[in-house]
Design a protein around this ligand. Structure first.
Ligand SMILES: [Zn+2]
Length: 83
């Protein structure tokens, strides 16, 4: 699943089986970076079809439920500067 990151969002908002938000921490995620081994092929295909296979692509991933978040352009630029 790929969702949009809302402004000021810092934790995962995906609602789980019991109707409660996940609230998991969001980590930077580089799906196509050489050192990153994404085991979920289906997810990679989904990302590839939306973004292209860019090794510099940065997304966020929930540590708890594995939901992927698209970064707003502004945040994307900021993260690139600090890398
Ligand atoms: Zn989550």
């Amino acid at each position: 699943m790929i969702k949009d990151l809302l402004s000021r969002q810092v934790v995962c908002t995906t609602v789980g089986g019991k109707g409660k938000p996940c609230h998991g921490g969001l980590k930077r995620y580089h799906p196509f970076a050489g050192y990153y081994n994404e085991p979920d092929d289906e997810l990679l295909e989904e990302i590839k079809s939306e973004f292209t296979e860019d090794p510099k692509l940065i997304l966020l991933k929930c540590e708890t439920c594995q939901t992927i978040y698209r970064l707003p352009e502004e945040l994307k630029r900021k993260l690139k500067q600090t890398v």
